[in-house]
Design a protein around this ligand. Structure first.
Ligand code: BCO
Ligand code: ATP
Ligand code: AKG
Ligand code: FE2
Ligand code: MG
Length: 338
């Protein structure tokens, strides 16, 4: 397929970015986490050898499947992402490929697009201002500990979780991001998710089930929620309800890196503000595409392909791999397989 692809200009862009500032590095001291007490270095399988993570941070990710780095992204950068998000919502800029999503509770209403109606934007790889997030040296420095040196930005999102209208549709059901991805191995994929403001249980923080990255990919489907569910917000049906849940309270600029098998979701937004976070999934370009036919991912593959064909006006020519191929951009090193 001859679809738009990211090119060498990224390398040039990378060269223009400034040097990272030194962030405060703190592993999240939260209760209910797996203990690293019986840990042996030879058991490292979710992190690569690197001189960025402390031994303690590495063990934490190995055991829990996520790691919070405090104060990683600057207020200046966050302000720029916010301003560009607002421009996109007002349709002052229309980056190719961008997906603008409204909450299902408002989807049938005929409002003008604005930052008070959009619940998230996805696929901002052609928006140079938002894509700066995926190129930030301070982000990539950590990403490389999981992906190695050849890094693809696979999927960018800016989530603007709206005030819940009372139907609990602002929730994101518990899921594993790998459900959406046709590439492996999972250990070479990581999500970076940065709070753009203070986020806690009131405005719907991320909720994680520590240690679940050690399990397998579970079947996902739409949860049976009375008030409705957002398009493509699949959830895990049969997770262990006794598994401890950890609510990640984060400040502006704090960034969590998490494994694509980690079960996570987010709660309802009980405030009147739109809770903002920016995220990107990264993967090693050494990853390989897999065929998801006959697997639990068939349901999402079908939905994604239908949506993409509608958007680009093709019929019967795209597969799940194609939809990912033209969204991903090289951010460091060499493009190899994906
Ligand atoms: C690791 C990755 C994790 C994830 O990516 S999780 C979430 C994945 N989500 C996505 O990929 C984004 C999916 N959303 C989209 O593609 C678009 O927002 C969507 C649903 C096609 C709507 O696009 P619009 O441009 O707004 O199109 P439209 O106004 O003409 O609506 C078309 C039909 O869709 C409906 N719709 C819009 N927003 C919705 C929502 N949030 N939930 C459920 N249905 C929704 C809308 O009512 C309309 O339905 P109908 O055709 O009139 O019956
Ligand atoms: N018992 C449960 N069954 C199914 N899904 C759940 C359950 N508990 C939580 N979840 C999912 O995890 C997400 C986060 O849960 P959380 O409890 O933080 O949010 P909430 O229920 O909206 O708010 P709160 O519990 O703070 O009142 C929810 O949006 C929901 O999708
Ligand atoms: O910001 C959130 O609510 C989490 C979103 C999320 O997990 C996802 O879109 O995959
Ligand atoms: Fe997710
Ligand atoms: Mg709850």
């Amino acid at each position: 397929m001859n679809l738009p692809r990211a090119g060498a200009r990224l390398q040039i862009l990378l060269g223009h970015l400034g040097q990272p500032s030194a962030p405060a590095i703190v592993a999240q001291p939260v209760s209910g986490l797996a203990s690293p007490a019986s840990f042996h270095p030879e058991q490292f399988q979710y992190t690569l050898d690197n001189n960025v993570l402390s031994l303690e941070q590495r063990k934490f990710y190995e055991e829990n499947g996520f790691l919070v780095i405090k104060n990683l992204v600057s207020d200046d950068d966050i302000q720029r992402f916010r301003a560009e998000f607002e421009r996109i919502c007002r349709e002052e800029v229309k980056p190719p490929g961008i997906v603008i999503m409204r909450d299902v509770a408002l989807a049938k209403q005929d409002y003008m697009l604005s930052d008070r109606i959009v619940s998230k934007i996805q696929d901002f790889q052609e928006d140079e201002e938002l894509f700066r997030y995926c190129l930030l040296p301070e982000i990539l420095k950590y990403v490389e500990c999981f992906t190695g040196p050849n890094i693809m930005a696979l999927h960018g999102m800016l989530i603007n979780k709206p005030p819940d209208v009372g139907k609990k549709t602002s929730r994101h059901p518990l899921h594993q991001d790998l459900h959406y991805f046709p590439f492996r191995p999972s250990n070479l994929i990581v999500c970076a998710w940065t709070a753009m403001e203070h986020i806690d249980r009131n405005n719907g923080c991320l909720v994680v089930l520590p240690g679940t990255h050690k399990g397998t990919l579970k079947p996902h489907a739409y949860p049976k929620w009375e008030g409705g569910v957002n398009k493509m917000y699949h959830g895990i049906q049969d997770y262990d309800p006794n598994s401890p849940r950890v609510h990640l309270v984060m400040e502006k600029g704090d960034t969590v890196f998490f494994h694509p098998l980690l079960i996570h979701g987010s709660g309802r937004n009980r405030t009147q503000g739109f809770r903002k976070a920016i995220s990107c999934h990264f993967g090693s370009s050494d990853c390989q595409f897999i065929d998801v036919s006959g697997t639990s991912q068939e349901n999402i593959a079908k939905e994604v392909v239908e949506m993409a064909e509608k958007k680009y006006g093709f019929q019967g020519v795209m597969d799940f791999k194609d939809t990912w191929m033209f969204r991903s951009r090289l951010v460091k090193g060499e493009r190899i397989n994906i």
